[in-house]
Design a protein around this ligand. Structure first.
Ligand code: GAL
Length: 400
């Protein structure tokens, strides 16, 4: 009897061992797949930098009109994104309520209007219980909200991180990412948790872009509270270069070009550097009231082409000599985009040798100036130029 019992137990152990071997041999969970969107950095406009909470459907329509008529659309800008303050509460069934005073025709009608212009429709919410403007956030309503956005024809969602308390960023953003995918509508997903949890390490197949820092403000340099000037944001991009690529971009925040507090040279530098970083180009100014200078920056197709280069490699700082820097980015076809940046208050001469750009020094290269829109004499071994204070010289190098 004892023998039978021992034999039975041995059999049971063998069976259990086999089961755990089968379990261990199970294939790991399939890796999260990309959603196939934003193969080049998204381009568009967002209401926050200029209008803050002062938005309504008239303003948004007006911006869509301006985007279509100003040449912005033709240059590649697509998304018209309503940021915070469009929502007021939830109804008894938990559906998000749109501010009826500001958006009386409703979001579906606004989406239709934007689409009729050949543009795309973006909206904003938050992973927590409240948005940063204290409107209802998406927490606990992710699938319900995503369905509603899809019904309205939303093509882009910016998702903020206020009122999230102990929430885990990766799981919170993954829930919303799944909810968006479950709608079956292609919706670009823009993560806005300010770089707190290092989203570049985990968000590649969760979202299409992630903010790397706190907010930009219309200022060349300096940090106050959570707001950072252009150079402060630029410096925070160093080290993140390898995490960006087609479908998943580092986002150094939206553009301030044209908002009035920086000089023409500073705005040119801001735009050039964002393009070199393969940053999303989301304008943040009043598109219906742009000076010729502002337009000449936002609609500089040669600089936009650098941003949108199909290789999708984020540029990096390759040289630093005090306030005189060189930033460069490899392009499809073997060329390079190069920025000579003068951060200082006085003019400076900046020179870069080909080795710093990953080229043999013997190479003779064509030089195109992307702001004067002129070909320069071909250069061998190096390129040098005088750069105005807070300014850039931006060139494209290509083989002859
Ligand atoms: C911030 C975000 C801004 C803007 C604002 C709206 O958290 O970084 O870009 O969306 O919230 O309240």
């Amino acid at each position: 009897m004892k023998k039978i019992l021992i034999a039975g137990l041995a059999l049971l152990y063998a069976f259990a061992a086999q089961i755990s071997a089968i379990q261990a041999a199970e294939p790991p969970e399939p890796a999260r797949q990309p959603n196939g969107l934003a193969l080049t950095p998204p381009m568009g406009w967002n209401s926050w930098n200029k209008f803050g909470c002062n938005i309504n459907e008239k303003v948004i329509r007006h911006m869509a009109d301006a985007m279509a008529e100003s040449g912005m659309k033709d240059a590649g800008y697509q998304y018209v994104v309503i940021d915070d303050c469009w929502q007021t509460g939830r109804d008894a069934s938990g559906n998000i309520i749109v501010d009826a005073e500001r958006f009386p025709a409703g979001m579906k009608a606004l989406g239709d209007y934007i689409h009729a212009k050949g543009l795309k429709f973006g909206i904003y919410s938050d992973a927590g219980r409240l948005t940063c403007g204290k409107r209802p956030g998406g927490y606990g309503h992710e699938y319900q909200d995503a369905r509603k956005y899809a019904e309205w024809g939303v093509d882009y969602l910016k998702y903020d991180w206020c009122s999230t308390y102990t929430q885990d960023a990766k799981s919170s953003y993954t829930v919303m990412s799944d909810a968006l995918r479950a709608t079956g509508r292609p919706i670009v997903f823009s993560l806005c948790e300010w770089g707190l949890s290092k989203p570049w390490l985990w968000a590649a197949n969760v979202g299409n872009l992630w903010r790397t820092t706190e907010d930009i403000y219309d200022h060349w340099q300096g940090v106050h509270d959570y707001e950072h000037g252009v150079l402060d944001i630029l410096d925070l991009q160093v080290g993140l270069e390898n995490f960006s690529g087609p479908g998943h971009w580092n986002d150094p925040d939206m553009l301030e070009v044209g908002n009035g507090k920086m000089t023409f040279e500073e705005y040119k530098s801001h735009f050039s550097l964002w393009a070199l970083l393969a940053a999303p180009l989301i304008a943040g100014n009043d598109l219906s009231d742009m000076s010729a200078e502002t337009k000449s920056i936002l609609i500089n197709r040669e600089v936009i082409a650098i941003d949108q280069d199909s290789l999708g490699v984020q540029g990096r700082r390759v040289q630093k000599d005090g306030d005189l820097e060189v930033w460069a980015r490899p392009l499809a076809g073997g060329g390079r985009a190069v920025i000579l940046l003068n951060r200082s208050e006085k003019p400076g001469r900046i020179s870069v040798g080909w080795e710093a750009l990953g080229y043999p020094s013997s190479l003779k290269l064509k030089v195109r100036d992307l702001w004067s829109h002129k070909d320069q004499p071909a250069a061998s071994g190096s390129f040098a130029a005088d750069v105005v204070p807070h300014g850039v010289v931006m060139i494209r190098l290509a083989s002859e």
